[in-house]
Design a protein around this ligand. Structure first.
Ligand code: SF4
Length: 477
């Protein structure tokens, strides 16, 4: 199971009473639509009359917020600007103080900030800041970002100029939504690793990690924030700073394969369409003789449909996913994770019994989940199981905000195709090729990061430590 590490939402009401009266609730609806990007904590900071109130805690959005406590934000749940955040944290780092948005008071005002991504120079920047007297309350690299921006604000003429200056110090992946007393700002690092888009409810401006959250909040999609762009929503409408735009960009291609919701459109490409295309190409690259195609819910379903369409092998719903299993429980230990596969996924016996099954999933990390699923299918009577993956094999870690692991824990780093096939107990195994990743994201307005498959990192990662290897107590978001 791979986890995305955060979802961002921000809204600037711009005097629209219908929006500003229900600002906390609108933010809540946006966060609910982004829940798949992080289930460990949720938070909203709301600005009413220049005063920022916030609530953030461990748990799902629906655990953290109630009708009553939403009303305690701002003025009876209303205000002018809001920032929301959902976060995923690895086991051991589920601390309340790492929940976002972070809210600080500094010499020139207040700031609330949510972050998606992972700074590759967080440890060095934190050390530098600490040597100059900064004190940290959390173990998150987001606090490093907020300190960096606040320091730049001392000499910059505005908050957006401070963000622009901070870009020169921050390295790695950072999509941000931040709020000052009078402005809402959204920006994407120059590589554009993590998605971020702009929507509108009338004249009110909305920022969200994915377009599905705009729809949930009743906003119309306007456009994506460009890699390197700083977009400012304020009293004079929308303005932007593009001094960091135009460098080679590298959107995480795994957003299309797994992370994002299929009803989102990212950098010009429908996630659903990208997954169906992946399935179609997979059927050509790795054909199988079989009776049915099934997908592992949820992110394997669209690719399974594509595989079926291209191969002519009938598609069926062979596995059911229980939607009510708590994610926190699942993440708590390896042993529990394994038994959780049984609780979470169940084959439909009448569909798979006596059949040669093509099983389409999005990826294999350690191989444990795949072998459990194949075992379940065989117990349900599947005659053969041909495993197909709608992305290439993971051979390298991710440094940009996902928990794709150290090399040693990636099954494809240590084993060849036939060895993996035998370990997971499949009759045959096939991965999408690295070349096909550009085809599945056809029409994407950004370049692509494919580093966890190819080892070709778009930025220098030499000397960068994975968070699990950090000697210092710094997590990433
Ligand atoms: S290394 Fe892989 S998971 Fe990480 S940003 Fe690049 S494509 Fe995405």
């Amino acid at each position: 199971m791979i986890h995305e590490e955060c979802g961002l939402f921000g809204i600037y009401a711009d005097g629209n009473a219908a929006v500003s009266d229900d600002l906390a609730y609108t933010c809540y609806t946006g966060l609910c639509a982004l829940q798949h990007r992080g289930q460990e904590s949720a938070g909203i900071a709301l600005n009413s009359g220049g005063v920022i109130t916030s609530r953030r805690d461990l748990g799902l959005v629906s655990d953290v917020f109630t009708q009553e406590n939403l009303k305690k934000l701002g003025t009876d749940g209303g205000g002018e600007i809001a920032v929301g955040h959902v976060r995923y944290a690895t086991t051991g780092n589920k601390r309340r103080h790492n929940a976002q948005p972070l809210v600080v008071k500094h010499i020139k005002g207040s700031l609330a900030l949510g972050h998606n991504g992972n700074l590759t120079n967080a440890a060095a920047l934190r050390r530098e800041l600490e040597l100059r007297g900064s004190i940290f309350h959390s173990s998150s690299d987001t606090e490093v970002i907020i300190h960096t921006i606040v320091r730049e604000r001392l000499s910059a003429g505005s908050i957006e100029k401070a963000v622009e200056a901070a870009f020169s110090k921050l390295q790695g992946a950072f999509s941000l939504v931040l709020m000052s007393r009078r402005k809402l700002i959204a920006c994407r690092d120059p590589n554009g690793f993590r998605p971020l888009c702009i929507g509108a409810i009338g004249k009110s401006i909305v920022f969200a990690s994915e377009s599905c959250a705009l729809s949930a909040a009743g906003a119309e999609f306007v456009r994506d924030v460009a890699p390197g762009e700083i977009v400012v929503a304020g009293g004079n409408g929308i303005s932007g700073i593009r001094t960091h735009c135009g460098k080679p960009s590298s959107l995480c291609v795994f957003e299309y394969v797994y992370f994002a919701r299929p009803d989102s459109v990212i950098d010009g490409v429908s996630v659903h369409d990208a997954r169906v295309r992946a399935g179609k190409i997979l059927a050509k690259e790795c054909p199988a003789e079989a009776d049915i195609v099934i997908g592992v819910p949820d992110s394997g379903l669209d690719a399974a449909l594509g595989y079926s369409l291209a191969s002519g092998i009938p598609y069926d719903a062979g596995m059911i996913k229980s939607k009510y299993v708590g994610r926190t429980f699942i993440a708590s230990s390896q042993e529990l994770r394994e038994s959780a596969v049984r609780i979470k996924l169940n084959p439909i016996k009448s569909v798979v019994n006596g059949k040669r099954v093509v099983l389409v999933d999005d990826s294999i990390v350690r191989g444990t989940t795949s072998s459990r699923i194949i075992e379940l299918l065989r117990r349900a009577g599947a005659k053969e199981v041909h495993m197909r993956l709608s992305c290439p094999a993971f051979r390298h870690p991710c440094y940009f905000g996902t928990d794709i692991d150290t090399r040693e824990n990636l099954i494809a780093h240590n084993h060849g195709l036939y060895e993996i096939r035998d370990i997971i107990g499949a009759d045959s195994l096939g991965f999408l090729s690295i070349d096909a990743l550009s085809d599945i994201s056809y029409g994407c307005t950004s370049g692509l990061c494919k580093a966890c498959f190819s080892g070709d990192y778009p930025v220098d990662v030499s000397g960068v430590q994975l968070k699990t290897e950090f000697e210092q107590d710094i997590d990433t978001d």
